[in-house]
Each structure stands twice: as structure tokens, then as C-alpha cells.
Design a protein around this ligand. Structure first.
Ligand code: ATP
Ligand code: MG
Length: 323
């Protein structure tokens, strides 16, 4: 079974990325061949600083390895190390209806935020389709927010297969973890690198504490019952088992529970959860050459899989000499 997923180096990885993506990726490497990439081409739609892009890629690789990704089993590579994906993007662009892209939620959201769109932002789902289809993966693990992009990928694959009357591409299935579908940010919106509302696993303790203490809450006084669907409880629950959650929720409903105490306990749990990974990460960071070797090996292995599929797409479309 081939599993494929990518993550954009558009900022520092946060616990939404961890629960919604990275942790699942690590778990899935036991079930099939995981193929994971750091999507530096994608980050070009929002980030223009080249040095920062390189840094974020490095950080993400360290994060993945620290979180347990095993580069001997899974393939981990930098998207721009396999530039053939850009060719496939063009092949797919020519069969992608404008209307399909105009309906993309992420595009509409960014426009609503007042971002001046360029063509890259608009065409982003086609690059994502190429990322996926170049490996014909069985399963694509994503967060709820990416579900529509995957449906678009299926539509684009179908269009290509129909246009050239050949089953070049398989239709990939999404794999979404229900219980952590969307991790909220400290302001209650979806946690997102671009919303400045994140909690990051490997931030210095002081910075993390400040962010945790800043989580929005309502103004219910300590002694009164509290609504447990609030952001602070959702975040805390990520680090607690069911029995602990029941006890916490009962206390909240009884009254006498202060938000400050919930936040302190959340911070403690976060530091404990990510502590061993933080140590591993610090150790890996001392050996940048080894990290680069992991990426080079990943790109080589990725290309072995994507090469024949891209060749078939070219052949189906009548590109090249056909020899
Ligand atoms: P950006 O703001 O640049 O879009 P992001 O924080 O949304 O960044 P992405 O790089 O878009 O992160 O997403 C990487 C992976 O993490 C995707 O699989 C996505 O579904 C998942 N993910 C991102 N944010 C969350 C979240 N808040 N909860 C659960 N999963 C998330
Ligand atoms: Mg996103």
C-alpha cells in the first residue's frame, strides 16, 4: 500500500500539523510505504524569502524525524528535488476546468482575507493533484481542511483519464482521523501557520507558556459551571485520555474550575508529551549533513516510483517522440 502526503514549509510546524498530519504519517509507516514531502513549491504561493524557505524546510525535516519518521522505511523528500512534478502539473492544468478551481474553499478564504491572488495561488490545487497522482497512491492521509483538495484531485484524474481514454491515474482515497479532525488555534479559529494562532511543539518553554496562557476563554467566573466545547478544553483534551477528560468535564460542569489551572495543566502535558522528541530533535540538528542525506535518498526513491507514471502520462498525451 502506498501512502502519500505533504506539508508546506510556510512556517513552523504546530500541534494542528502534528495531530492532523505528522503523527498519522508516522503511524502509517507501519502499514505501507509512506511517501512524505516538504512542499517547498507550494510555499511559494505565500512565502517570498528564499533563506526562510530553506530554513523552514530544514525545520520540518527535523520535526518529522524527531516525531518518529523512519527514513529507512518511509520516503521523505523535498518537493523541489523532484521537479518533474511541475511538468505533470501542466499536463493536468490543461484538463482542469476553471470552475473547479473557482470553487476551492482555500482560495475563496484567502481572497476573503484580502490577499491579492496570483495565478499560483489559484492553480495550487493542480500542483497538489500532480503531487499525489505522480505516485498513484492508495491512501492520502489529510486533515479535514484538505478534503476538498483531494476531491478535486480525483476529479482532475478522471478528466485526464477520460481525455486520453486511458486509466493512467488511480483515484486516491482520503484517510481522515475523526477525533482530531480540526485542532483549534489559541483564538478559536482553525490552528494555521498563516493565522498567527499556533502552539508549536518545539518552541522555547517561555514562548509556549505565553501562547498557552493567551488561549481565548469566555468570562465565566471560577465558581460557575463552564461550557466544555471551548477551545481551551478541546486543546487540553488532545493530551488527556478518556477517563481524565470525563473527570475534567465533570469538574467544569460543577463549577469551581479556573481556566488558568486548565492552561497550566495543558502546558505541563505538552512539555511532557514533546519532551523526548525535543531531545532527539536537538541531537539531529547537530548533524545537518546527515539530514541532507536523508532528503537526497528520499528524492531518489520517489523518482523511481514517479518516473514510469509520468512517462505513461506523456505517452497517453502524445508528448515527446514516443520512442
Ligand atoms: P497554512 O496556514 O500555510 O495553510 P497550515 O497550518 O494550515 O498552513 P498546512 O501546511 O496547510 O498547515 O497543512 C499541513 C497538514 O496539516 C495538512 O494535512 C493539514 O490538513 C494539517 N493541518 C493543518 N492545520 C490543521 C489543524 N488545525 N488541525 C488538524 N490538521 C491540520
Ligand atoms: Mg493549510
Amino acid at each position: 500500500m502506498r501512502i502519500l502526503s505533504g506539508i508546506q514549509p510556510s512556517g513552523v510546524a504546530h500541534i494542528g500539523n502534528y495531530f492532523g498530519a505528522m503523527r498519522q504519517h508516522v503511524a502509517l509507516q507501519d502499514e505501507g510505504e509512506g511517501t512524505y514531502f516538504i512542499a517547498d513549491y507550494h510555499s511559494m504561493t505565500s512565502l517570498r524569502d528564499p533563506a526562510q524557505r530553506r530554513d523552514f524546510v530544514q525545520e520540518y525535516v527535523l520535526d518529522y524525524l524527531a516525531c518518529g519518521l523512519d527514513p529507512k522505511r518511509a520516503i521523505l523528500y523535498r518537493q523541489s528535488d523532484v521537479p518533474e512534478v511541475c511538468e505533470l502539473t501542466w499536463l493536468l492544468t490543461t484538463v482542469t476546468p476553471m470552475g473547479l478551481l473557482q470553487r476551492a474553499h482555500s482560495y475563496k478564504d484567502k481572497i476573503a482575507q484580502g490577499i491579492q491572488p496570483d495565478h499560483g495561488l489559484f492553480a495550487y490545487p493542480v500542483l497538489m493533484a500532480a503531487d499525489i497522482l505522480q505516485y498513484n497512491p492508495d491512501v492520502v492521509p489529510v486533515g479535514q481542511d484538505q478534503k476538498q483538495h483531494l476531491e478535486m484531485t480525483r476529479d482532475i484524474a478522471t478528466k485526464f483519464n477520460q481525455a486520453y481514454d486511458r486509466e493512467v491515474f488511480k483515484l486516491p482515497e482520503p484517510h481522515i482521523l475523526k477525533d482530531v479532525a480540526v485542532v483549534p488555534g489559541v483564538d478559536g479559529q482553525k490552528m494555521s501557520k498563516s493565522y498567527d494562532n499556533t502552539l508549536c511543539m518545539f518552541w522555547p518553554q517561555k514562548k509556549l507558556k505565553k501562547a498557552v496562557m493567551g488561549i481565548v476563554t469566555d468570562s465565566t467566573p471560577v465558581e460557575e459551571p463552564k461550557s466544555t466545547d471551548q477551545t481551551v478544553f478541546q486543546l487540553w483534551s488532545l493530551f488527556a485520555d478518556e477517563v481524565e477528560q470525563e473527570a475534567m468535564f465533570a469538574h467544569a460542569q460543577r463549577g469551581g474550575l479556573g481556566y488558568g489551572d486548565v492552561k497550566k495543566d495543558l502546558l505541563k502535558r505538552m512539555l511532557e508529551h514533546f519532551g523526548p522528541m525535543r531531545e532527539k530533535r536537538d541531537e539531529l540538528a547537530k548533524h545537518p549533513d546527515e539530514v541532507e542525506d536523508v532528503l537526497a535518498d528520499g528524492a531518489r526513491r520517489a523518482r523511481e516510483i514517479s518516473g514510469p507514471i509520468l512517462a505513461e502520462a506523456r505517452e497517453a498525451a502524445g508528448l515527446g517522440s514516443g520512442a
